[in-house]
Design a protein around this ligand. Sequence first.
Ligand code: RIB
Ligand code: CA
Length: 307
Amino acid sequence: MRRFLIDTDTASDDAVAVLMALRAPDVKVEAITVVAGNVPLDQAVQNALYTVELCGQHTPVYAGLEKPILHELITAREVHGQDGMGDIGLDLSGRQAASGHAVDVLIDTICGSPGEITLVTLGPLTNVAVALLREPKLAEAVKQCVVMGGAYVLPGNITPLAEFNFYADPEAVQIVFESGMPLLLVGWEESMSAGFVDPDDSAKLLAIGTKYSEFTINIQGGVAAYLEEMVGMQGFDLPDPLAMAVALEPSIAEIVKRRVDVVVGDGIARGQTIVDTWGVTGQPANVEIAQNIPRSEFLRVLSQLLR
Ligand code: RIB
Ligand code: CA
């Protein structure tokens, strides 16, 4: 069994990514750590607990940081809905998180099994950055960290230059980028190509006819409405499920090593990821980037896990 730990700001795409890992036959999800992002922390915790229960699992869910390291919390409720799960009336309250702090769980789980845990991050990197500050050995203990974040081909989504997870807490990104942690990044550009689900794809996924496929489609209404209004697109993107598909089957992506830096602070370029494609900085590569993922491969991995 492969051992995963998922850090998430649980909203409509995160929940599908979590579901994919929970239903992958060769993966054990050791824990789910939650960070504020798409929705405030408490709601993200409840959304994660709901998803675990939907999958009939008992994976522990731990609350983490309720705001970025330096910046005020910004949410994406205008995209994912007030509850983060499409506002379709799901019962998203009253479930109990495990006791303990997400930062401690990240450290204890990963450092307790050096080289064995794949960390998949689906939200702002606040929890991971604080864990690295508390225990720098985390960087060498993790097997790999697959990150949904960044925009390596512009535009971004939250600004023309930046993707939401990295914009939300760019200082956390810098801490993670400088930690030496083995990072495989899945950017926003891939989400809008390989990770885009059009109405035909939705119909095929719904035709799978399970509660998992219905859940996957039914909670995406907010994202679909947002994309229709903003860019006139029909359908929705699934950035976190795409990152999870890469974590589950890295061979679906071309993977390149790059030097990437992030813009911190609060200026117009906040959260921008700057890729040294030609190596002109002379700086060593610090990340891997997944690119050119075939949409058919993403849909294959996703569909298999919804049956
Ligand atoms: O920019 C997309 C990312 O921001 C996804 O992880 C989505 O869930 C939001 O957190
Ligand atoms: Ca997310």
